[in-house]
Design a protein around this ligand. Structure first.
Ligand code: URA
Length: 240
């Protein structure tokens, strides 16, 4: 087998996406043949070299897994949590190593995709593919049409102007609003910050779809394998 960049090999072994694999290398959590490797350019021979992450040997994935989970509030999407909080992996009882594609906040519920296909995860997390993720947000106050228009054209959060969003008021519920919003970017706490930018505090947030993959009839806390059509949709978005 040909030599391969260390971060690419780690992604192919289903440990995490390539970008996150680079972080693992820089953090000193990766060893090649017993020696800590912190250079991103390093190449390995997948047939001969022994690579470990956190001292656990990794190996090539022979079966790709694609899962959708209805994440409840109160779970972190990282694989390990420094405060020992429950993680989404506590909800999925399979022996293969998988990890979330992107993240949802601790207090956000809804659709989360998980896989061991590092290349696909890497691409899906990239905003250039313009995959819309749709959320239902419940917020304090009655949102005005003017604020909706502002969200649709883009607002400034953390010195960054958001790309156009699709926004629909679903209903007013007493002094609150229920709004559906679709965005294709994934900045940290982006939806919450976008509504903050127009003066509304989000009190509940749920993701209902990721491109053509939706929550469907999943119950909170449960998961299932993606259908062939759903996998095809995600892979179809790899071009570019
Ligand atoms: N936007 C947020 O603010 N939180 C999420 O969990 C996802 C998108």
């Amino acid at each position: 087998m040909e030599l391969e960049r260390l971060q690419k090999y780690i992604a192919r072994c289903g440990v995490t996406s390539r970008r996150k694999a680079e972080e693992l290398i820089l953090a000193g959590r990766v060893k090649v043949n017993g020696t800590k490797e912190t250079e991103l350019g390093t190449k390995v021979d997948p047939d001969k070299d022994i690579v470990t992450v956190d001292n656990k040997k990794i190996s090539e994935v022979n079966k790709y897994i694609y899962i959708k989970l209805y994440k409840p509030e109160g779970y972190v999407t990282t694989v390990r949590d420094q405060f020992d909080r429950k993680t989404v992996l506590d909800l999925i009882d399979i022996k293969e190593r998988i990890y979330p594609i992107g993240r949802l906040d601790y207090n956000t519920s809804g659709l989360l995709l998980l896989t061991n296909d590092g290349e696909l995860a890497n691409r899906l997390m990239h905003p250039k593919y313009h995959i819309y993720k749709t959320y239902i947000a419940e917020m304090e106050g009655r949102i005005s049409q003017e604020s909706i228009n502002r969200l649709e054209t883009g607002v400034v959060i953390d010195n960054y102007r958001t790309a156009p969003a699709k926004v629909n008021l679903l209903k007013y519920k007493d002094s609150r609003s229920l709004v559906q919003i679709s965005i294709y970017e994934g900045k940290n706490r982006q939806v919450r910050k976008m509504f903050d930018a127009v003066g509304h505090k989000v009190v509940k947030l749920k993701r209902i779809s990721f491109g053509e993959v939706s929550l469907g009839d999943l119950k909170t806390g449960s998961w299932k394998n993606l259908s062939n059509d759903e996998i095809k949709f995600l892979k179809g978005n790899q071009e570019g």
